[in-house]
Design a protein around this ligand. Structure first.
Ligand code: SAM
Ligand code: SF4
Length: 327
C-alpha cells in the first residue's frame, strides 16, 4: 500500500496537528494570514489515531508531529504516547518553534517522544522579532537548553536561511555545535503560497557550505547519512554537535523520498511540492472501512510523481501555504 510505482517505500509519516501558530514567520505565514479551517473540520484525536494505526500497520516506522505549531494542540502528549505505543512505530518526533515547549517537554519525554526539532532562525532577539513578527527568543533558546538537559541527543535546530536576513549568522550557529549535542540544520528557503519567495532570497547549499568552510579551515567532515535522510550531514572535527544542509531546492532528494504528509484537515499529501491531495477525513466521516481507507491511500501513493518539477516551476504552482502543510 505504501510502495509507489518507482519502488519508493514510505516509512515516514508527518502529521500536522493544527493550522494555528503563535509566531508569524516571514517565510511561512502569508502577511495577510491564512483562512483557518473551522475546528469541526479538523481531525479529532480518534481520527488521527485511527489513521496512525493504519499507516503503522502498513509499514510506517517514524511519525513526526508538526503544524502550524503542534504545542498549541491540547492532546499533544496523549497523541505522542498513543502513536509511540503503536506496533511498528520506532520513533515519534516533534517539530516546534519552541516558544511554549518547556511547559510540556517533560511530559512529552515521558510519553516517549524521541526526536526533537526546534526551529529558530537567528541568535539575535531583535532579529527574531522581525523574522517572526513576535517576541520570545529567550524562551526558544531556553527550550533548546531544556531539551539538551533532558538528554535529547541530538537536539535538532532548524534554521531557514534567507539572503540579507540571517545569512550572516551561519558561523554563529555552527559555533553552537562546539560544546553541545546540537544538530544545526540549514534549510534552503522554499517557495509556498503567500511567502513571497524569490530565488535571489534563497541561499543555495553550495554558497552556505563555502561560507562555513571559509571560517573553519580544518574543513567539515561528512557524516554517514541514514537511508531516507534528506539532510547532508557534516561535523567540524572535534565539535560535539553536527551541521546539516537541507537542499530541497538545489539538490532535490526525490529519488529517496520516503515521506507522506497528513494535514490537520485530514488531507493526505504525497509530495510536499505537489498540489494533489485526498481527504481521508471525508472518507472516514462517510463511513469508510479500513479496506476502503487502504485503497484510497494506495491509489494516492501510486499517483506520486518521480520528482518535483524544479524550483522555478514550484514557485509558479499553486500549493498550500507552508503553515498549512507542516514542513
Ligand atoms: N511551527 C513549527 C516550527 O516552526 O518548527 C512546525 C511547523 S513549520 C511549518 C516546520 C518547519 O518548516 C520549520 O522548521 C520551518 O522553519 C520550516 N519552514 C517553514 N516555511 C519554510 C520555507 N518557506 N522554506 C523552508 N522551510 C520552511
Ligand atoms: Fe509558525 Fe512554524 Fe510557520 Fe513559524 S515556521 S509561522 S513557527 S508554523
Amino acid at each position: 500500500m505504501l510502495t509507489d510505482t518507482f519502488g519508493r517505500m514510505h516509512t515516514y509519516l508527518r502529521i500536522s496537528l493544527t493550522e494555528r501558530c503563535n509566531l508569524r514567520c516571514l517565510y511561512c505565514m502569508p502577511e495577510e494570514g491564512v483562512d483557518l479551517t473551522p475546528n469541526e473540520d479538523l481531525m479529532t484525536t480518534d481520527e488521527i489515531m485511527r489513521l496512525a494505526e493504519l499507516f503503522a500497520a502498513a509499514g510506517v516506522r517514524k511519525v513526526r508531529l508538526t503544524g502550524g505549531e503542534p504545542t498549541l494542540r491540547r492532546d499533544l502528549v496523549e497523541l505522542t504516547a498513543g502513536i509511540r505505543a503503536l506496533p511498528g512505530v520506532q520513533a515519534v518526533g516533534l517539530t516546534t518553534n519552541g516558544l511554549t515547549l518547556s511547559r510540556k517537554l517533560a511530559a512529552l519525554h515521558a510519553a516517549g517522544l524521541n526526536l526533537l526539532n526546534i526551529s529558530v532562525d537567528t541568535l539575535r532577539s531583535d532579529r527574531f522579532e522581525s523574522m517572526t513578527r513576535r517576541r520570545g527568543h529567550e524562551r526558544v533558546m531556553g527550550a533548546i537548553r531544556h531539551a539538551v538537559d533532558l538528554g535529547y541527543d541530538p537536539v535538532k535546530v532548524n534554521v531557514v536561511v534567507m539572503r540579507g536576513v540571517n545569512d550572516d549568522e551561519l558561523c554563529d550557529f555552527v559555533e553552537l555545535t562546539r560544546d553541545a549535542p546540537l544538530n544545526v540544520r540549514f534549510i534552503e528557503y522554499m517557495p509556498f503560497d503567500g511567502n513571497v519567495w524569490s530565488d535571489s532570497k534563497m541561499v543555495p547549499y553550495a554558497e552556505m557550505m563555502a561560507a562555513v568552510q571559509q571560517q573553519y579551515p580544518q574543513g567539515l567532515e561528512r557524516c554517514l547519512d541514514p537511508r531516507g535522510e534528506v539532510a547532508k550531514n557534516f561535523r567540524v572535527p572535534g565539535f560535539k554537535g553536527s551541521v546539516s544542509f537541507i537542499t530541497s531546492m538545489t539538490k532535490a532528494f526525490c529519488a529517496d523520498c520516503n515521506r507522506l504528509r497528513l494535514m490537520a484537515d485530514g488531507n493526505l499529501k504525497v509530495c510536499l511540492f505537489g498540489a494533489n491531495e485526498v481527504s481521508l477525513r471525508d472518507a472516514m466521516r462517510e463511513g469508510a472501512s479500513q479496506d476502503d481507507l487502504r485503497a484510497i491511500i494506495s491509489a494516492a501513493v501510486d499517483r506520486k510523481k518521480a520528482a518535483h518539477a524544479g524550483m522555478f516551476e514550484i514557485a509558479k504552482t499553486r500549493n498550500r501555504a507552508m503553515i498549512k502543510i507542516g514542513g
